[in-house]
Design a protein. Structure first.
Length: 188
């Protein structure tokens, strides 16, 4: 009897392993062989699920974006939490979800690739990130950037704040990223 394979589960497993490979090697230095080794599959099996490295990368970015977007949606509707508490919650959640991956590094590399590359894959990714821009804004990031912690509060917004801020910069191809990143870091 043939083995029944859950295609979506296998694709998700490949994507999760690919995210770690892209984090470790970077997009340009990664190849199908690295991804297949990380996933414990041979290259021909990988090609049954994805066309090429670009297809895997695009789906990996979408996986990260979908995760971030779903988490933003769920925390945005919680009226009991203020903006800082929401971002702290996201930080904790993403630290658990992406424990072996530096999402900030991946997003910065994505941002740099989007600035250099004009291919269809990058246009689709840019468009997908632009679609979630209003959700990021719903956390009132602009207000949080300039908030000062009080003596009674401990501002712990770490990675999630930077992740959300980078995602806001990507669709606009902001040329003043250096000043924006410096203001984000200063807010931390």
């Amino acid at each position: 009897m043939p083995k029944i394979v859950n295609v979506e589960e296998v694709k998700r497993d490949i994507i999760l392993n690919a995210i770690e490979v892209f984090d470790k090697n970077g997009y340009y230095s990664s190849n199908i062989e690295d991804i297949s080794k990380a996933a414990g599959m041979n290259r021909t099996t990988i090609y049954c699920y994805f066309k090429n490295k670009e297809d895997i990368f695009e789906n990996s970015i979408y996986y990260i974006i979908d995760t971030i977007e779903n988490d933003i949606e769920s925390v945005s509707s919680d009226l009991k939490l203020n903006a800082i508490e929401k971002i702290e919650y996201l930080n904790e959640k993403w630290n658990l979800k992406f424990e072996n991956v530096n999402v900030i590094l991946l997003l910065v590399e994505l941002w740099l690739a989007l600035r250099r590359e004009k291919g269809d894959m990058f246009k689709r990714i840019r468009s997908r990130i632009k679609d979630m821009e209003h959700k990021i804004s719903s956390l009132t990031l602009e207000d949080v950037k300039y908030m000062k912690p009080t003596l009674n509060s401990d501002l712990k917004i770490d990675n999630s704040f930077i992740i959300l801020s980078i995602l806001q910069l990507i669709p606009n191809q902001a040329s003043n990223v250096k000043s924006n990143l410096l203001s984000m870091i200063a807010a931390l």
